[in-house]
Write a protein that binds this ligand. Structure first.
Ligand code: HAM
Length: 425
């Protein structure tokens, strides 16, 4: 036997046993997004590297260290998308989706970041995301958060906590950044190597450092709240008031700066303490300059993305009821004549009962071994046919839970199965 090829590090397969959770979560997130008037946009997984450099920022970890980048045959630098906000804006501009109008968009698909893989952190992971264009807020900022709260409640998830902060305009951040630089420069020897580098390139990100020797220094750093102009303060307060009116609890978290450079105002994360170190399930914020920065017109924008692996991990905690799919029917057919008649019969049942899972045994085997396979398949009923049944044009229906068996004429098989299924659901 030749050596098996191993999977790529950090790129998980999602195996069939996990899929009921994925399908359940995907259906609910999509449903809520559609209910709020968001339209799906699908963009390619590959984009020009320049797009991510110009939007996420050269100095961010994502662009500096985490992109899967390679050269195309024609010599253009391409990257697998590490996130999709930049792609949305690129598509919005190049396809005329944002021209002079309000637009609510959502997307779903895999993203790629060359991070150190661990539980909840992968090199390929799925994100659902929503982006709203042309709406200056604060109503739409609050809408984004209300929409997420609705998703959590429909998924019956509790324990997610909203952390929110305001990063202010470019001018505000410039003043704040200068104050941060002054503060951290006074203690330069205490900074970890990443923070030393960021002191000149991106001082805001020092606030995000997890290095333990930095924590006291970060706590003592100036806070953005004290640098906000009155308009920014009013916008942020407007969001908080709307959340209060809607009964959404939040923590204002002055150290929340996020790992992407395009944010301009409110930023937020939904965090959990049930998943260990990878505590952010969803993050987003306002990015009012990105459309212009990428060659479009000035367009206010706000959005978020959620990590589906983390959401599924939360959903699966102490919840095994989602795994039960639609009741299934398993065809047990002993002998060649029965197998042939059974397949035809099953097609007729499929015509009449769309949505019900029907599995044909597919191959020879004794009655006993086929029944064992029926049990293992998770089906609730077996439809049983042998030579005698073919002659009499009947089939047995056996409940795989209760063990009772009845015999019905082929013509009555559909209503009989319908009755059984209705009784079990
Ligand atoms: P982000 O915070 O980089 O934001 O990612 C959003 C979410 O994706 C995170 O909260 C996390 O749940 C998940 N995630 C990120 N990296 C990984 C990973 N390596 N493995 C598993 N899950 C991960 C963005 O991507 C922005 N585009 C959000 C946004 C949209 N801002 C405005 N619009």
């Amino acid at each position: 036997m030749s050596k098996a090829i191993t999977p790529i590090k950090g790129m998980p397969d999602i195996v069939p046993e996990q899929m009921p959770y994925w399908h359940h979560a995907e259906a609910i997130v999509r449903q809520v997004l559609e209910e709020y008037g968001y339209d799906e946009l699908r963009t390619p997984m590959l984009e020009k590297t320049a797009l991510f450099k110009r939007s996420i920022g050269d100095e961010t970890d994502i662009v500096a260290k985490e992109m899967f980048t390679f050269e195309s045959r024609s010599g253009i630098s391409l990257s697998l998308r590490p996130e999709a906000t930049a792609s949305c804006v690129r598509a919005g501009i190049s396809r005329g989706l944002l021209h002079n109008q309000r637009r609510r968009l959502y997307y779903y698909g895999p993203m790629f970041r060359y991070e150190q893989p661990q539980e909840g952190r992968y090199r390929q992971f799925y994100q659902f995301g929503a982006e709203a264009y042309g709406l200056a807020g604060p109503d739409v900022d609050a809408e984004m958060i209300l929409m997420l709260a609705r998703i959590w409640s429909r998924l019956q998830l509790s324990g997610l906590r909203l952390k929110i902060n305001c990063l202010g305009s470019d001018a505000t951040r410039e003043r704040f950044t200068a104050a941060l630089q002054e503060h951290f420069r006074q203690h330069e020897q205490q900074l970890d190597p990443d923070s030393q580098r960021r002191l000149d390139t991106n001082p805001l990100r020092i606030l995000d450092s997890k290095a333990s020797q930095m924590q006291a220094l970060i706590d003592a750093a100036p806070q953005i709240q004290n640098y906000l102009g009155s308009g920014e303060r009013a916008h942020f307060d407007g969001i908080l008031q709307r959340l209060e009116t809607a009964g959404i609890a939040y923590d204002v978290e002055p150290r929340l700066v996020r790992g992407l450079d395009y944010y301009t105002g409110m930023v937020f994360e939904w965090q959990t303490d049930q998943l260990g170190a990878q505590n952010a399930v969803c993050g987003g914020g306002r990015y009012d300059h990105l459309v212009r920065q990428l060659g479009g017109r000035d367009t206010p924008a706000v959005g978020w993305a959620m990590g589906m692996e983390r959401l599924i991990a939360l959903l699966a905690l102490g919840n095994d009821t989602i795994a039960t799919a639609v009741p299934g029917v398993y065809l047990v057919s002993v002998g060649d004549r029965a197998a042939r008649a059974g397949l035809g019969l099953l097609e007729k049942v499929r015509d009449a009962l769309p949505g019900v899972r029907m599995i044909a045994h597919g191959g020879a085997g004794s009655f006993k071994s086929q029944l064992r396979a029926a049990d293992r398949s998770g089906a609730r009923f077996a439809v049983i046919i042998g030579d005698d049944e073919v002659d009499a044009k009947t089939a047995g229906i056996k409940s795989l839970r209760g063990g009772t068996q009845t015999s019905v004429a082929w013509d009555d098989l559909v209503p009989a199965l319908q009755k059984h299924i209705a009784a079990e659901t």
